[in-house]
Every structure is written in C-alpha cells, then in structure tokens.
Design a binder for this molecule. Structure first.
Ligand SMILES: [Fe+2]
Length: 165
C-alpha cells in the first residue's frame, strides 16, 4: 500500500470535505441500492371506474380452517379489452398475515388465449377472460392482495381484509 505524506492526506481530506459540502456524496445515497423498486410501478384505483384493477370477491370472515372460495377478476364493472393486441396476461393472489411474517403466494393464473390465429390477429376461436378462483383455508386473519398484469398498461393491485375467528 502506498504511504501518503501528511500534505497528501490533508489534500485528500480537503477534497472529500468539499465534495460533501457540495452534496455530491452522502452516506445515505451510498447505502441506497440503485434501481427501480417494483412496488413503485404498481397502480391502484377504484375498480368501479378503472378497468385494470383486480377485484377480490371473498367472505369478510371465516372460521379457522374453514374452506372458502375466493375469486379474482379484472373488468367486473368496466370491461377490459380482450384482443390479440391488448389483454390481461395474468392474475396472482397473495395473503399477508395480520400478525406479521412473510406474504404467501396463494395462486397465479395465466390467460393465454386472446384471439390469436394463423389467419391473423383477433381471428382465433378462443378468448380467455381474466377470471380466477381458488378454494382456500386460513388459520389466521390477514389481507388478501391481488395483482394483475395488462400487457399494455402494466401492474395493478387491490387488497381485501379477511378475518379468521
Ligand atoms: Fe390495459
């Protein structure tokens, strides 16, 4: 390792001090990882006016271990297009326990038919609507969180509390 003279050390410290004073460097920025957080890109709105929001239909309360059916759909009030060019690609459902702990992925459904055909776009025979259902048993209260993905308009989310008592 190269040994620095006292003059060199003082010069280095002066440059570092000047840089800090100009605000070009701080420990807060150094600790922050670079990049985009996925959560910051997810949109949400009222499903009654915005066609992308996943709608969770679930009971407000269930008994511990009781099987319930939960559906998640997109376009319940305002239909979303389902064409070869513009469609809902998938829906995923998660559960976040109220007492804390990690989120659980409950299921994910992909919709892969949007009128594609060898004859051309929107000439196919099948159009899969963005609707999914899951039968579920819970042992703890928490929040259901749904995520949907539109191939044109990105990620959308909604949530609904469910009480287990
Ligand atoms: Fe869309």
């Amino acid at each position: 390792m190269e040994k620095l003279s006292r003059r060199q050390l003082l010069g280095t410290a002066a440059v570092a001090g000047a840089t800090l004073a100009m605000g070009t460097f701080s420990t807060a920025h150094a600790a922050e990882p670079a990049g985009v957080k996925l959560g910051s890109t997810i949109k949400s709105a009222d499903f009654k006016t915005e066609k992308h929001v996943p709608v969770i239909d679930a009971p407000a309360s269930v008994k511990p271990g009781e099987t319930c059916t939960i559906t998640v759909s997109v376009g319940k009030e305002v239909p979303h297009p389902n064409t070869t060019e513009h469609f809902i690609s998938w829906i995923a459902l998660y559960f976040k326990p109220a007492a804390g702990g990690p989120i659980s992925e409950l299921g994910k459904y992909e919709f892969t038919a949007h009128g594609e055909s060898a004859l051309g776009a929107n000439k196919g025979n099948a159009y899969a609507d963005p609707f999914s259902a899951i039968r579920l048993r819970l042992n703890a209260s928490g929040t259901l969180v749904a995520l949907s993905y539109c191939n044109i308009h990105g990620l959308w989310e909604s949530s609904k509390e469910i009480t287990v008592a």
